[in-house]
Design a protein around this ligand. Structure first.
Ligand code: PLP
Length: 289
């Protein structure tokens, strides 16, 4: 099964007027589309398990919040949900796949947003999920209060401007690592370029407080839901970098890859708790909504 592409027809107010499945190899985006020329839009990546989009309502709600932060107007949740299901149905034979939903400000000057849903089978993340990954901390160059003082920086919105996030991942590779933990310029742990950070400290699963301008993760929220049913306490907190020294296990958590345990952060070695990781991933992979 190869890629699947559904093109949306949007009204100026964001209403989804229609959708059509198109050849994923076809040229469908205008060169003047602001998604292409300025990264001016928002997106979500939703995991699909055997045709079931996972955490879809949380993703749609987050897309609405991101769109509001970019003054993109209301997101037609019903229209986007239908597009996600169209892609998910086409990928139902795949145990794991994903769909990216993209809402752009549209062709420059047109005043009409554009959008599409684009899906494909997932890469094989089994090794990352079992053996773990190595991360480096990188200064994001923003203070921990940037979301409050400078909302135009769009911290905490899932915009199409992911050039910085991808550059951080390349910097990680240059340093011999697989992934990144961003740190605020005043020394608080934030998130990865495409994942949330969860530390286990004194038996509690802790993730950085959401007011720090990080993206509220759908997978992290569901991981916490699972942890609570498994009797593991959870918390959101402001965490200084030194909290890494207090952690006996850590994970980067995101859609598609799900929970990737961290075996190394900078020069710290951490245990990979295979039992907790397997339990968490079985839960995340087993979600049917
Ligand atoms: N933080 C950032 C910056 C992300 O881009 C993502 C997802 O791509 C996440 C966190 C994890 O969010 P989710 O679990 O909803 O995929």
């Amino acid at each position: 099964m190869s890629a699947v592409l559904v093109l949306l027809e949007l009204a100026p107010d964001g209403l989804v007027r229609g959708s059509r499945r198109v050849d994923p190899a076809a040229a469908v985006l205008s060169a003047a589309d602001l998604a292409a020329t300025r990264g001016d839009g928002v997106f979500e990546t939703v995991s699909i398990a055997h045709g079931h989009p996972q955490a879809l309502e949380a993703h749609l709600a987050r897309m609405g919040r991101s769109a509001a932060m970019l003054d993109l107007g209301a997101v037609d949740v019903d229209g986007w949900r239908a597009a996600v299901h169209e892609v998910a149905d086409a990928l139902a034979d795949e145990p794991e796949s994903w769909v990216k939903i993209v809402l752009s400000r549209g062709v420059e000057g047109s005043g009409i947003p554009s959008g599409f849903a684009w899906g494909a089978p997932s890469p094989d993340h089994r090794i990352a999920r079992s053996d773990g990954v190595r991360a480096v901390t990188l200064d994001r160059g923003l203070r921990s209060d940037a979301a409050a003082t400078s909302p135009w920086l769009l911290a905490g919105a899932k915009t199409l401007s992911y050039g910085v996030n991808m550059a951080a991942k390349r910097e990680a590779a240059r340093r011999g690592a697989d992934d990144v933990i961003f740190v605020s310029s005043d020394g608080l742990l934030l998130e990865g370029p495409t994942a949330n950070l969860v530390l286990r400290i004194a038996g509690e699963l802790v993730t950085p407080a959401l007011e720090l301008g990080i993206l509220p993760g759908t997978s992290q929220a569901d991981l916490f839901r699972w942890a609570e049913t498994a009797g593991i306490p959870t918390a959101y907190r402001r965490l200084p970098v030194s909290a890494l020294d207090d952690a006996d296990a850590a994970w980067l958590v995101s859609s598609v890859r799900h929970a990737a345990p961290l075996h190394t952060i900078d020069d710290r070695r951490l245990d990979v708790d295979r039992e907790v990781t397997a339990g968490a991933n079985a839960f995340l992979l087993g979600r049917t909504e």
